[in-house]
Design a protein around this ligand. Structure first.
Ligand SMILES: NC(=O)c1ccc[n+]([C@@H]2O[C@H](COP(=O)([O-])OP(=O)(O)OC[C@H]3O[C@@H](n4cnc5c(N)ncnc54)[C@H](O)[C@@H]3O)[C@@H](O)[C@H]2O)c1
Length: 311
């Protein structure tokens, strides 16, 4: 039997994710949205690309959840994106309602699924998905760190004029202004990046990475990034589907790791068929550890703000 992957939210990130998944041809894809006809139309269009690109036309678009039953993986992208000048945190109240409602629907019908949360503010929405689904922490994970790291790697590759494939870097912490690019582990084909780029320039690149999402939002004028975000989601899905045990920066519920307890924060995780199979603890420079804690505090503030909003 083919696997089933449900993508909730058929907007920019959701539809692009569905396209990348359809092209992989390893699962049936169910695309859900509240806008009538839109997920059905996008699914039909995606199916009709199958004969040309060479994949089975097995994408279903729907406004309900029946078709999602028994999914192996559920991706939650439903919610509002940022507008120019907005922070991710400005989306808190509206997206919390949407993510909790959606999680209830999918958790009932796909009780064994792995949920990948994408909706912002990302770390807070992971808490909503975990609390609503009551799934174990291994099966609720957020996408952010791969995207933030990809932005960092892109800027570094451009700076050095080398292939992006040879640039390794991790961005940890919450998916917000306090994210923490881990410079000490960033290297070009094994050579620490600090040997290649002076500290001042490196700091500019770090800052551009932190502002990476806002830079795209500002240029687009409506909507936010989706090509790189959907690529990052599908890298996580590949790791789960093929049980690759990839080590990737993702938002995971820390329970003591990195001295953080009961919070979703971006950390290196081992992703395989069971979801988050391990949170990998790496030794950080003092400043990086401090920054990671500051970033976790920012996530804590959002979680507390949600608690204050009540049920
Ligand atoms: N984690 C990350 O790194 C990252 C990256 C990019 C975008 N995002 C976030 O992902 C979310 C989606 O972004 P987008 O660009 O695809 O936005 P979008 O507006 O293009 O799509 C969102 C879709 O969600 C749908 N939706 C709203 N409420 C729904 C509900 N209750 N049930 C089902 N569908 C519902 C909307 O109709 C819309 O089609 C935003 O919150 C955005 O901030 C996160």
């Amino acid at each position: 039997m083919r696997r089933k992957i449900t993508v909730v939210g058929a907007g920019n990130v959701g539809a692009t994710t569905a396209q990348r998944l359809a092209e992989r041809d390893y699962a049936d894809v169910v695309l859900v949205d509240i806008v009538e006809g839109m997920p059905q139309g996008k699914a039909l269009d995606l199916n009709q690309a199958g004969p040309v690109v060479g994949y089975e036309p097995k994408v279903t678009g729907t406004n309900g959840y029946e078709e999602s039953s028994g999914s192996d993986i559920v991706v939650i992208t439903s919610g509002l994106p940022r507008k120019p000048g907005m922070s991710r945190d400005d989306l808190l109240a509206a997206n919390r309602e949407i993510v909790s409602g959606v999680t209830r629907e999918v958790a009932d019908r796909s009780p064994d699924s792995i949920v990948i949360c994408v909706t912002n503010p990302l770390d807070a929405m992971c808490h909503v998905a975990l609390d609503t689904s009551e799934f174990p922490r291994q099966r609720v994970v957020g996408m952010a760190g791969i995207l933030d790291s990809a932005r960092f790697r892109t800027f570094l590759a451009w700076e050095l004029g080398v292939s992006v494939r040879d640039v390794t870097g991790f961005v940890l912490g919450g998916h917000g202004d306090t994210m923490v690019p881990i410079v000490s582990y960033t290297n070009v084909a094994g050579v620490p990046v600090s040997q290649k780029i002076d500290a001042g320039r490196l700091e500019e690149i770090v800052q551009r990475t932190r502002d990476g999402g806002a830079e795209v939002v500002k240029l687009l004028k409506s909507g936010s990034a989706y090509y790189a975000p959907s690529a990052a989601v599908v890298e996580m899905i590949d790791a789960i589907v093929h049980d690759q045990k990839r080590v990737l920066p993702c938002a995971a519920l820390c329970q003591g790791e990195y001295g953080i307890d009961g919070l979703f924060v971006g950390v290196p995780v081992k992703l395989g068929k069971d979801g988050v199979e391990e949170i990998i603890e790496i030794e950080l420079a003092d400043q990086e550890r401090e920054d990671l804690h500051r970033s976790a505090d920012a996530v804590r503030e959002l979680v507390d703000a949600m608690a204050a909003l009540g049920r």
